[in-house]
Design a protein around this ligand. Structure first.
Ligand code: ATP
Length: 282
């Protein structure tokens, strides 16, 4: 009699189910007259991922973001969020669950930090115009809850003490954080960040890195454009490289850093601050 049967053998660990696809861009093309700014780009972002998008100036990164967020209607291709084709209107894309920040800060300069975040909540507010005019109990409750949530988000982004400061009086790094808090106010499932550390000092960049990890830990997937390679490779599970509108490579840090086409795209210069040896020595 056999001592070991298949019944008693330990079961092989079942492979983890693949994470849900949050964003799926397929064959996205964006032409401006004779210029093809984005050329047949595919990109997938899954639940729990931080994905990077890098490339030299003019590679088409922001144009691609604009195609994902309804600012541009792609010339060809489709973009889906959690399996549904996105409507080509920015406010409907936000309502669907995608929020973004911009390369150039777009805050309401003469409003407080709290008010800026409250503006970001408008896609999640059910109260309509009449309710606002009548200021009934439903409206007042929604307003109170909105303010509480906005304060929570400011706290989360390290701006708890700045709620009543005018946006224009905040230091640059804090304005960038406020943009993120405002984007989070729409309760997104995917956050797109366009150069979130532009103009930041190293300390602020490090804090931004921690903030993005914390956002991911909330269950929000992140797609980030950055020129700071160290930031990208510290942060991202996967990075896609755009050159002249085309995705030339996508993968983990080693795959991207060791790809000759990427090095060539960056004029033959090694990607600053990114080699494994440099990292080990830090
Ligand atoms: N609205 C537009 N009309 C015409 N051309 C445009 C428009 N927007 C972008 N472009 C062109 O498309 C190309 C890609 O620009 P895009 O801003 O997407 O690049 P990028 O990778 O984001 O660059 P950067 O890193 O400098 O921000 C550039 O040649 C740019 O001049």
């Amino acid at each position: 009699m056999s001592a070991v049967t298949t019944d008693t053998a330990p079961a092989a660990a079942a492979p983890a189910p693949p994470a849900e696809t949050v964003l799926e861009a397929s064959g996205v093309v964006m032409r401006f007259g004779g210029l093809t700014a984005v050329n047949n780009v595919d990109l997938t972002v899954r639940q729990g991922e931080i994905v990077g998008l890098i490339g030299p100036n003019g590679a088409g990164k922001t144009t691609f973001f604009n195609c994902l967020t309804g600012l541009y209607v792609p010339t060809e291709g489709t973009v889906t969020y959690k399996g549904r084709v996105l409507p080509p209107k920015p406010h409907l894309v936000t309502q669907a669950g995608i929020a973004r920040t911009f390369q150039n800060i777009r805050l309401f300069a003469n409003m407080t930090a709290l008010e800026n975040v409250l503006v970001g909540r408008h896609t999640r507010t059910k109260e309509g115009l009449f309710s606002a005019i009548l200021r009934g109990p439903g409206y007042r409750r929604a307003e109170r809850e909105g303010r509480e949530r906005a304060r929570e988000l400011l706290e989360f982004c390290g701006l708890g003490a700045k709620a009543d400061h005018l946006a224009r009086n905040l230091p640059y790094g804090e304005q960038r954080k406020l943009e993120i808090a405002r984007a989070l106010a729409s309760e997104p499932g995917l956050l797109l960040l366009d150069e979130p550390t532009a103009g930041m000092n190293p300390q602020e960049t490090r804090a931004a890195e921690e903030l993005v990890f914390a956002i991911r830990d909330l269950g929000i997937a992140v797609l980030v454009i950055e020129h700071d390679m160290k930031f990208i490779f510290n942060l991202c599970d996967r990075t896609a490289v755009l050159v002249q509108g085309q995705k030339i490579v996508e993968g983990d840090r080693e795959t991207v850093q060791n790809d000759e086409r990427v090095v060539t795209a960056y004029l033959g210069a090694p990607l600053e601050g990114t080699t494994a040896a440099q990292e080990d020595g830090q």
